[in-house]
Ligand binder design. Structure first.
Ligand SMILES: [Zn+2]
Length: 303
């Protein structure tokens, strides 16, 4: 990992992957999110939890919200598109009405909006679709006008149904209407089954349902090196050590646990560099098989 313009940049084969930050803040109380977390767990994992993954003074977990800009084979690919600016987020004060220079950061990383070839969402929750669109003349239009947007079809079907139901909608705090439907209406979306599905020379899409019904993860291979973009298969590194610990808000809690073990197995066996959606610094790392499960090898280097 190196820093460019203050942004972490990783290399995998011939691919370059830059973290585009939206926020990196203490969020929820750790013991609310993981009720099984005890003082014994704190003692065991103290060496790495604070300050990158846990704020000791407040007892809150630290979560990052970021995109991954993947540059490979002359393509510029944006993986997950965060919350977006000026969005009301009830119950999430740390992401409410953001005013972040996200597009400036993306440009400094080497991609102006018109240069993005592909936008790929691991799933369609509100914090993964935010920058898909922006407002122009009172309408939501694609932020990345030349991009194809890759969405999983089961997620589109699932959230369409919720959104169309006056009792349940609007889906995902209104972001399905603002950030997904306009992409469908502009004919910019490619809906894919959950896979395994080969997207191009470098990327295969594979299924990891449970947090959302159509949650997918992306496997990258370049020059014999591998990476995995896993979205919210785990939000926090504690879930690597305790794969049965779900983050709240799942379409199917049991399925989320099965998917987490599947992806952990893949990452440990392949040696892929792993790029989660919310894990704190150093934001990417590797998974190792351990005697009683898995171990996270995400060595922090500052911040
Ligand atoms: Zn998320």
């Amino acid at each position: 990992m190196r820093l460019s313009e203050g942004m972490p940049v990783f290399s995998v084969g011939k691919a370059t992957i830059t973290r585009i930050e939206e926020t990196y803040l203490p969020c929820y109380p750790l013991r609310d999110i993981f009720p099984d977390f005890s003082d014994a767990h704190l003692a065991k994992h103290k060496s790495w939890l604070a300050p990158h993954h846990y704020e000791a003074e407040t007892g809150r977990i630290k979560l990052s919200v970021h995109s991954w800009l993947l540059q490979v084979g002359a393509k510029k690919i944006l993986i997950d598109s965060c919350c977006g600016n000026n969005k009301v987020k009830p119950g999430r004060p740390f992401w409410n009405m953001l005013n972040v220079d996200y597009l400036g950061r993306l440009a400094r990383a080497g991609a102006r909006p018109e240069e993005i070839d592909l936008v790929m969402c691991t799933h369609l929750h509100h914090d993964h679709v935010g920058w898909n669109t922006r407002q122009k003349d009172g309408k939501w239009v694609p932020t990345f006008p030349n991009a194809r947007y890759v969405f999983s079809k089961p997620d589109v079907d699932y959230f369409s149904k919720i959104d169309a139901d006056p009792k349940a909608g609007p889906a995902e705090l209104g972001t399905f209407r603002e950030c997904v439907i306009p992409i469908l209406e502009h004919g910019r979306a490619d809906l894919v089954e959950c896979g395994p599905y080969r997207l191009n020379d470098f990327i295969e899409i594979d299924s990891a349902p449970g947090h959302a019904p159509g949650h997918v993860f992306f496997k990258l291979e370049s020059n014999g090196a591998r990476a995995a973009f896993i979205g919210d298969v785990w939000h926090h590194l504690l879930q690597v050590y305790y794969p049965d610990w779900n983050f709240p808000k799942n379409s199917d809690a049991a399925q989320a646990r099965v998917s987490r073990r599947k992806v952990l197995d893949y990452c440990a066996a392949s040696g892929a560099l792993v790029f989660p959606g919310h894990v704190g610094a150093p934001f990417a790392g590797r998974i190792e098989a351990a005697q009683d499960g898995y171990k996270a090898n995400f060595p922090a280097t500052g911040r």
